[in-house]
Design a protein around this ligand. Sequence first.
Ligand SMILES: [Zn+2]
Length: 288
Amino acid sequence: MERGKWFQRPSQRNGAAKNAAPEALWMKCPKCREIHFAKDVERNLRVCPHCGYHYRLKAVERLEMLVDPESFIEIDSSVHSCNPLEFPGYAEKLQRAQQDTGLIDSVLCGYAKIERHPVVLSIADFEFLGGSMGSVVGEKLVRAMERSLNENLPFILFTANGGGARMFEGLLSLMQMAKTSAAISRLRTAGIPYIVVLTDPTMAGVYASYASLGDVILAEPGALIGFAGRRVGNQDMGMKLPDDFQTSEFQFRSGQIDQIVTRKEMRSTLGSILTFFAGEEAEIAALA
Ligand SMILES: [Zn+2]
């Protein structure tokens, strides 16, 4: 079992972030168009201080905001894609994404504590090939879920997957939908809590499988969440869709999401949910 080592920031890993662009001094909010000092946005957890727009986060940034200090232990960090279909150019794209993000693939998995509750955690990184789901993502998620199952730990998953399945791995990517869904079913049978947090964007095959199967489904405000995009919907249904179609708010109104949670409140909300499940478990154990 590969388990060990405190997590290293990408900048500490071999060859990581070499191509990273210099940090911008100012940021223009894509929603309200206000310009802010980048450090103020960073201090505000990368949320616009004026309108509350939630900027996308790298997996490592989210990790640092979320978990108890030094509690994260990465697992299966060396699982990597072998370009099984020998898709032209895929190996180069993977290499570039690895250099840019410091990750081996688009999902970071490990043990962590959130408000002192031990969990198994998975965080997707949109910057790694759009956070797409290939065979490595499916394999890492299932391995992490099996640890969750064997060690009786809640599983928490943060999504950020624009294109869903990774086209460079064809059918093997699509198979991960069934593979992860089967693992979630095993968690459910064992009564292990599976909590999903949808972040911008969560689309296509990812949303149609593990992202929509949580016992509790939370979302950040304003995230794009859906299966096919707005254009496909417009064309197929021949009707005008609401302005906020496929946003967190739209999905919440449609009953697809349990709660929209701001980034500032995410940690404490997850802590409360974990406390609830821990309490319930203690009650069941007392009854047995
Ligand atoms: Zn704004």
